[in-house]
Design a protein around this ligand. Structure first.
Ligand SMILES: N[C@@H](CCC(=O)N[C@@H](CS)C(=O)NCC(=O)O)C(=O)O
Length: 361
């Protein structure tokens, strides 16, 4: 006997696609295979006999190889307005194996698109419905990417300023992963940013109803949640640690010296008579050679900071150095670090650098 329906989740999403198309994405095997799992997972197999009494089955695999299987039976298949089916996890990987829950989806035509209303009920505990709510949010993002002609630009919105080095790091990561996205120009501490970022910094990312802040968290998410493009986090433990080490060094030391105390005082002068504050700039100039030399040694004869290939660490460093180079002392500072210059020259030939060079994303 199943437990009574005590806990449930409900989600409503407006999708820019006709409801027939959205409905079919829920019932046709070939379409289900393309989206029906959370980001970062892959559908392995799918079977769907979409008629009342018919059965469905879906197998998925996570990046770490964990396999999950779920299935059930259709109770109502009324194209294009309503779909009802049972849902039960199978196999020993699921703490809810064998427990039957119920999914009801209404497809309502609205404003030239579809309002999708999803109710998933019958969970034995709030934690179970909350975990499934997270899974559905991510899974519905994939559905939107699939049926909205804007692709992932329908779900992914980057908030930031094209002049910001951290924003450019994420833009480069998006370009490396070939991910379409929307860009919302925002100033730090603006209401739009503060709604997503408790400390008001840029960038911040929205993926459907999910939000993220901190550049390294955003890049890691893009890398792990989306299959396309090169891996931005190296696979081997040591290379991964080297990558994290340089990301941390940028966050803790390099950005402060090279951007906050050097580039920004030139771009936004705050000294007497509206001139750049020489005291601040000269202080940064004293610290920069040692920091640039540390980077120069880290690159050595390689063009990459970690694992012999492009990684998130290089994407953190490049926008900062591009900014430094444009300042009056920049070229002579960089002349002293040939490894770093060579590595940057290589990186600057990548599309991700060239496409993010201008002021428009
Ligand atoms: N640790 C943050 C730093 C972000 C950051 O400092 N961004 C700068 C723009 S490049 C900013 O928002 N500055 C505004 C401020 O310092 O208040 C991250 O990794 O995203």
């Amino acid at each position: 006997m199943n437990a009574p329906d005590r806990f449930e989740l409900q989600q409503t999403r407006f999708i820019r696609a006709p409801r027939e198309q959205v409905f079919d994405a829920f019932t046709e095997e070939a379409l289900l295979r393309q989206w029906h799992c959370p980001r970062g997972m892959r559908v392995l197999h799918c079977r769907a006999e979409a008629r009342a009494g018919g059965e469905w089955q879906l197998g998925m695999v996570a990046r770490d190889g964990t396999r999950l299987a779920v299935g059930g039976a259709y109770r109502e298949v009324s194209r294009p307005q309503r779909l009802v089916y049972t849902w039960a996890w199978q196999g020993e990987n699921s703490p809810m194996a064998g427990l039957q829950t119920l999914v009801e989806v209404d497809f309502v035509a609205r404003d030239g698109g579809t309002e999708l209303r999803l109710r998933h009920s019958g969970f034995p505990a709030p934690a179970a419905s909350e975990a499934h709510a997270v899974g559905w949010r991510s899974t519905l993002n994939r559905l939107v990417d699939q049926v909205d002609e804007r692709g992932s630009a329908a779900t992914l919105t980057l908030l930031g300023d094209v002049r910001s080095s951290y924003t450019r790091t994420v833009r480069m990561a998006l370009a490396e992963k070939s991910l379409a996205y929307s860009f919302q120009p925002c100033a730090p501490h603006s209401p739009q940013v503060l709604a997503l970022h408790p400390f008001g910094r840029i960038p911040a990312l929205r993926d459907g109803e999910t939000t993220l802040f901190e550049t390294s968290a955003i890049v890691r998410y893009l890398d792990e949640a989306f299959g396309a493009g090169p891996l931005l986090l190296p696979g081997s433990p040591l290379a991964r640690a080297h990558c994290e080490q340089w990301v941390s060094a940028v966050n803790a030391y390099l950005y402060d010296t090279m951007v906050r105390r050097y580039v920004l005082p030139y771009l936004f002068p705050q000294g007497p008579d509206g001139q750049p504050d020489r005291g601040v700039i000269d202080g940064a100039l004293r610290d920069m050679p040692a920091q640039l030399a540390a980077l120069d040694r880290a690159y050595g004869s390689s063009d990459w900071l970690a694992g012999g290939a492009l990684s998130m660490a290089d994407l953190f460093v490049a926008p900062i150095l591009a900014g430094v180079e444009r300042m009056p002392e920049g070229p002579s500072l960089l002349a002293a670090v040939p490894n770093l210059r060579r590595a940057q020259a290589t990186l600057r030939r990548r599309d991700s650098f060239m496409q993010t060079e201008g002021t428009t994303p």
